[in-house]
Design a binder for this molecule. Structure first.
Ligand SMILES: [Zn+2]
Length: 473
C-alpha cells in the first residue's frame, strides 16, 4: 500500500547496528530500541508514528469514504504517502499531532486525465476515454456526428476527393484544425476537481476571460466601456488603478478590460453544394381550331437546376470566407407550352345546311315507302363513315331511340332541328355546343336498318321538312 523503496535499505542498516550492539550490550538494552515511521505526504514530512497500522487505518477510511461518495472514480492514494522507517533508542515523537496532521491534510486523490488546451489546464476528467470524448465534443460543437464520421473515415482511408465532386449531399468537410493543441495526461486530483464530459464542454462553450487593452473613442465613457465588455463598472475600475467612477476618459485612452475569448478556435473548411432552381417560362399558343375555353398542355414545364460548389471556411461555426469552386447546370429548364382555343361557335345556326356525310349518295328520298312515310333521306356508300353536323347548334338528344338506332338531334336555335340516325357510334353529348361540319359520330346500321347508311331528317318550327330542300349532293 505504501511506497517502501527506502524502508528496505533502512532495515539493512538497522541489522548492522543490532549486530554491533550484540557484542557489548545486554538483551535489556536492546529492548529500548524503538522502530518508528516517518510520514511524508507528497514528499513533505508531516510527522512520525510508531505504528504504521494507524496510518493505514486513516487512509483506508478516507479511501472508503471517497469510493462511496464517488463510485464512478478510481482512487490512487499510493503516490501521496511515503513511510520511512527508522530505529531509534529514545522515541520522542508526537504521534497525536502526526495523526491530526494526516487527518487534516490527507485527501484521497482520484485517477484523472488533465486536459490542456495550449499550455492551459482546462479541467480534469476521470478517464482517457472521457478526455478523447471532450475533444470529439469540442469538434461536434461545429458539425454533426454524421459529418465528422464521414470526415474521419475519409481521413483514415486517405481519400482525397476532387473539389466539386458533391452530388446529392449538401456539404462535406475538407479539413478540421484547432488553433491550440488539445492534449491530456494522466495525473491524480482531489475527486471534487473532476468533471463530466458535458461539464467540460459547457465550460469550454462559455470561453475564458482574458485581459485586453481597449482604446477609448470620443463618445466613450466608463460605463459604456464596461457595458461593451459585459463588465460591471466596479470591475473595470478595479482593473484600472487610477480610474474613478466619474472619471472622464478621453479619445485614444487605453483601458484594461476583460473579454470572453474561446479556449480554442475550431477551424473547419467545408465544401458546400448549393442548388438554385431556375423557373421555367410559360408560353400560350392560341389555336383557332380549338374551341374557346378549351386548352391543353402541349409541353410540360421543368425548372432548370444550377449547382454551385463553394469552399466555405468557418471559425467556431461562423463563416469567414466563401469562394466558388464550380458552377454548372445540372438540369436545363424547359418551357411550358399551353395550347388555348380561340374558336367561337355561333350560338345559332347559319340557316344553310351542309352535307352531313363524307361523300356518299342518296339511296332513298323522303316519301311513302313500304306503306308508310319515310321521314328523311338516306345517304349510303360514303368515302368515310364520318357524320357531320349540318349547321351550328346544341345537341338536344344523343342516344338510342327505337327504330332509329343510335340517334342525334341537333337544335339549330333558329327554328330548325336535324336528326341523324342508325349511327354506329356517337361522339358528342346532349347539351354540347356543335359547330357546323363538326364530327358527331360514325355511320352505322343500328335500329331498323338493312345496311350501313345515314338517315337524315329536317324539321322547321316543329314541322317535318324535306331535307332535299336544304341540302344537295
Ligand atoms: Zn331512312
Amino acid at each position: 500500500m505504501f511506497s517502501s523503496k527506502i524502508k528496505g535499505s533502512f532495515l539493512l542498516v538497522i541489522s548492522v547496528i543490532l549486530l554491533l550492539a550484540g557484542n557489548r550490550a545486554t538483551a535489556a538494552e536492546i529492548v529500548n530500541i524503538t522502530s518508528i515511521q516517518h510520514v511524508y505526504m507528497d514528499e513533505e514530512f508531516i510527522g512520525s508514528v510508531t505504528d504504521e497500522k494507524e496510518i493505514e487505518k486513516v487512509v483506508s477510511e478516507k479511501v472508503s469514504k471517497a469510493e462511496s461518495d464517488y463510485p464512478e472514480y478510481t482512487f490512487d492514494e499510493e503516490a501521496q504517502i511515503t513511510l520511512v522507517q527508522e530505529n531509534v533508542f529514545n522515541a520522542e515523537i508526537d504521534e497525536k499531532k502526526t495523526m491530526e496532521e494526516l487527518e487534516d491534510q490527507f485527501t484521497v486523490r482520484a485517477t484523472a486525465y488533465e486536459i490542456n488546451i495550449g499550455n492551459q489546464v482546462v479541467s480534469y476528467v476521470p478517464s482517457k476515454k472521457d478526455a478523447k470524448e471532450v475533444l470529439r465534443k469540442i469538434t461536434l460543437l461545429y458539425m454533426d456526428e454524421e459529418e465528422l464520421a464521414e470526415y474521419e473515415s475519409n481521413q483514415e482511408a486517405g481519400v482525397l476527393e476532387q473539389p466539386g465532386s458533391l452530388k446529392e449531399k449538401e456539404s462535406k468537410i475538407l479539413s478540421i484544425e484547432y488553433t491550440m493543441p488539445i492534449t491530456w495526461k494522466k495525473t491524480t486530483v482531489k475527486p471534487d476537481k473532476l468533471m463530466t464530459v458535458n461539464e467540460v464542454i459547457s465550460l469550454i462553450k462559455k470561453g475564458k476571460k482574458e485581459e485586453v487593452t481597449y482604446e477609448a473613442t470620443e463618445e466613450d465613457d466608463l460605463e459604456m466601456v464596461a457595458d461593451r465588455y459585459d463588465m460591471k463598472l466596479e470591475q473595470l475600475i478595479k482593473l484600472n488603478p487610477g480610474l474613478e467612477e466619474d472619471y472622464r476618459i478621453g479619445e485614444g485612452q487605453k483601458v484594461q478590460v476583460t473579454e470572453t475569448v474561446p479556449y480554442v478556435d475550431v477551424l473547419v473548411e467545408r465544401e458546400v453544394l448549393k442548388q438554385t432552381k431556375i423557373p421555367f417560362e410559360r408560353e400560350v399558343i392560341k389555336d383557332k381550331n380549338l374551341l374557346k375555353g378549351e386548352s391543353f398542355l402541349e409541353q410540360e414545364g421543368r425548372e432548370g437546376v444550377q449547382a454551385s460548389t463553394y469552399k466555405v471556411a468557418e471559425t467556431n461555426g461562423k463563416k469567414t470566407s466563401e469562394t466558388i469552386v464550380k458552377k454548372e447546370m445540372t438540369q436545363h429548364k424547359q418551357k411550358e407550352i399551353i395550347r388555348k382555343g380561340t374558336k367561337v361557335i355561333p350560338s345559332e345556326g347559319s340557316g344553310t345546311f351542309a352535307w352531313p356525310a363524307d361523300g356518299g349518295y342518296i339511296s332513298s328520298k323522303q316519301g311513302q315507302r313500304w306503306g308508310k312515310l319515310h321521314k328523311g333521306i338516306d345517304i349510303a356508300r360514303p368515302t368515310s363513315r364520318t357524320i357531320k353536323a349540318a349547321d351550328h347548334g346544341i345537341v338536344e338528344f344523343a342516344g338510342s331511340s327505337g327504330g332509329y338506332g343510335n340517334k342525334v338531334t341537333i337544335n339549330h336555335k333558329n327554328g330548325y332541328k336535324t336528326n341523324y340516325a342508325h349511327l354506329e357510334s356517337i361522339g358528342i353529348e346532349a347539351g354540347q355546343k356543335i359547330e357546323k361540319g363538326m364530327k358527331i359520330g360514325s355511320m352505322g346500321s343500328t335500329g331498323n336498318s338493312t345496311g350501313i347508311h345515314l338517315h337524315f331528317e329536317v324539321y322547321k318550327n316543329g314541322v317535318l321538312a324535306n331535307p332535299l330542300d336544304y341540302i344537295s349532293q
